[in-house]
Design a protein around this ligand. Structure first.
Ligand code: SAH
Length: 252
């Protein structure tokens, strides 16, 4: 008897940002295969489940995608309810395509449950709308990070330059090249940027400034995940940051 695979978005962190459907499935799962970005608080909803970390964090040893696909299929083959839990939304930079195909090829039933993607949760955290009448009516989700072997592909930047608000996933660790690429393509040095880190977690925070300062801003990040937001909608945050800096110099 074949089980069923649920590809579930865990949202940005805290368990109360899960959808009700996600929470219900997590509580019913026999097996949970989860990423490193999924918080303990969410996993604690499933004391009954066997939990397997198949994490991928940039710069760390990650589980091979083929291995994850095989594990997913093997876990469901005996009739188990398998929840494949991914941070944020599974369909946004989540390698969902590969896993959906693997399940379909194995003849397994698969259902997808959306989650709150980081860009949206980050906007809520910093209290700034990603779109605004008269300022931004386009929003792009991009990543400079690509498959091994195509490191010089900067086509992501075309979209970043063309949209009024841009959320850059997996980019905070390469702040120098992100800034250089975007400024070479004509984005303003004083364009507001915000690095929003540990979204949905107890140590959440943000660092605001301008595009030309991005590498210096990124140096103040800790080891948690961070998303980079760029656009004039963030002007208030970056001008406050500049005033704060001025005050700290005055008071030094
Ligand atoms: N599927 C996820 C994205 C996975 S890509 C989603 O929908 O959000 C991984 C990248 O997402 C990280 O490098 C970081 O840029 C961002 N990210 C994921 N979780 C985050 C969090 N809690 N806080 C800040 N950034 C996060």
């Amino acid at each position: 008897m074949s089980g069923k695979v649920y590809l579930v978005g865990a949202g940005p962190g805290s368990a109360d940002l899960l959808t009700v459907r996600a929470a219900r499935l997590i509580e019913q799962a026999d097996v949970i295969l989860h990423d490193a970005l999924v918080c303990q608080e969410v996993l604690d909803l499933a004391p009954q489940a066997r939990k397997i970390l198949v994490g991928k964090r940039a710069g760390q040893v990650s589980t091979d995608q083929g291995f994850i696909n095989r594990l997913l299929v093997a876990s469901a083959k005996d009739g188990s309810i398998v929840v494949r839990l991914k941070g944020g939304d599974p369909m946004v930079f989540g390698r969902a395509h590969e896993e959906i195909l693997a399940c379909q090829k194995a003849g397994l039933d698969i259902e997808i449950v959306p989650g709150i993607t980081t860009a949206v949760a980050a906007a809520a955290q910093i209290g700034t709308s990603l779109t605004r009448r008269g300022v931004s009516r386009s929003l792009a989700f991009v990543t400079p990070t690509i498959a091994k072997g195509s490191q010089n592909d900067t086509s992501w930047a075309d979209v970043a330059v063309a949209s009024q608000t841009c959320a850059i996933y997996m980019g905070a660790g390469q702040a120098d090249s992100v800034r250089d690429t975007l400024m070479t393509r004509g984005l303003r040095a004083d364009l507001p940027v915000v690095l929003v880190h540990d979204v949905g977690r107890p140590n959440a925070g943000h660092i605001a400034g301008h595009l030309n300062e991005l590498p210096a801003l990124a140096q103040n990040l800790g080891t948690g995940p961070a998303i980079l937001l760029i656009g004039d909608v963030f002007a208030d945050l970056s001008s406050h940051a500049a005033i704060d800096q001025l005050n700290s110099v005055r008071h030094a």
